[in-house]
Design a protein around this ligand. Structure first.
Ligand SMILES: *Cc1c(COP(=O)(O)O)cnc(C)c1O
Length: 350
């Protein structure tokens, strides 16, 4: 706190990201990074950008990347927005599309950045409770709102809302923007991008941080009606015209084009997830059904914070949230088979 802070800064409640420890040899299963590296072709494309051309500004519109995304999803480039991580894309969405006086709606257990953006942009919100199985109750969202946002699969539960239910939710709020945050969709869900041509109020966000293994590059995107995309472009061009650097544009574009590598690494993560789920179940854990690259699990008689502390002593870090409703759960990222085995060994060592 300082006398130089504005009242606005004093009131902010910032997001707390998962720890990025500076310790070597940790089994890091706390921030849902991909255990496999990025596409080797994407790395080569980034290396090719590292040179004299860096003296020049990048393409402010990231056309090369928009083209790759549009081709991948069968949409037009006018339906694609790209930004410096999907967190930045989400920030522009909150700023530009949710400020309509009424409350924004999202689940009570969800990505903890949403209430932070509400604080930053002064947006009232209502957190609607998930049901006892930690599923979204679509009927609850059919009420006046300034917008709706939820991750699908949800975070940190990993639970997937079927595309048919996403569509019912859209039909219940035709006059506000519905954002489906698909950070984890490639690990087992069907993307709502299939619906953007029929619902002008639908915006789907994705990130290259999870399924494309480029968390360090900071690239995210949104797909929706050109009018919604134009709103985001107006905000972006009033804030930072060059959110993506030359390496990010080249690497992200090639990551979309290298489908075989993408499909192979997603498949490996999904197979490992199914194995981890069954191994945790054998050890008495209750694991929510996950369509993501992490699982959300609790043990009927062991305290979650205690398990997390015990794992940490053995060099394995997982994520524990203090929020009352989920305080007995651990969110565990799926790692390589060796990392997953290390997790189970650490649990068995008690
Ligand atoms: C990881 C994550 C993001 C942020 O992704 P970045 O592109 O790395 O900023 C957004 N939403 C959810 C639900 C996430 O889990």
């Amino acid at each position: 706190m300082s006398k130089f802070w504005s009242p606005f800064v004093k009131e902010l409640v910032p997001y707390v990201p998962g720890e990025q420890p500076k310790i070597a040899n940790l089994v890091k299963l706390n921030t849902n990074e991909n255990p496999y590296g990025p596409s080797p072709k994407a790395i080569a494309a980034m290396q090719a950008e590292l040179g004299d051309s860096l003296r020049l500004y990048p393409d402010p519109n990231s056309d090369r990347l928009k083209q790759a995304v549009a081709e991948h999803y069968g949409v037009t480039t006018a339906q694609v927005f790209v930004g410096n991580g999907s967190d930045e894309v989400l920030a522009h969405i909150f700023h530009g599309l949710f400020q309509h006086g009424r409350p924004l709606l999202f689940p009570d257990v969800t990505y903890s950045f949403y209430p932070v953006y509400c604080g930053l942009y002064g947006i009232p919100f209502e957190a609607l409770p998930l049901d006892e199985q930690f599923q979204i109750r679509v009927e609850d969202y059919a009420r006046p709102n300034a917008g709706i946002i939820f991750p699908n699969p949800n975070a940190p539960t990993g639970c997937l809302l079927a595309l048919e239910a996403v569509e019912r939710l859209l039909q219940g709020s035709p006059d506000s923007v519905v954002v489906v945050d698909e950070a984890y969709i490639d690990f087992g869900g069907q993307s709502a991008i299939a619906l953007v041509d029929r619902y002008p109020n639908l915006l789907v966000t994705q990130t290259l941080s999870k399924s494309r293994s480029l968390a360090g590059l900071r690239v995210g995107l949104a797909v929706g009606h050109p009018d919604l995309i134009e709103a985001l472009e107006r905000i972006k061009n009033s804030f930072n015209s060059y959110p993506l650097d030359r390496m990010a544009i080249a690497g992200a574009a090639v990551a979309f084009e290298d489908k075989p590598y993408f499909e192979e690494t997603c498949r490996k993560v999904i197979d490992s997830r199914e194995w981890v789920v069954s191994e945790l179940a054998k050890r008495g854990f209750e694991v929510l059904p996950s369509a993501a690259n992490f699982v959300f699990a609790r043990h009927p008689d062991k305290d979650a914070a205690g398990i997390a502390a015990g794992l940490r002593e053995k060099g394995v870090i997982v994520r524990h949230f203090k929020q009352a409703r989920i305080a007995q759960f651990l969110r565990i990222t799926i790692g390589t088979p060796e990392q997953n085995q290390a997790l189970l060994d650490a649990l068995d060592a008690g």
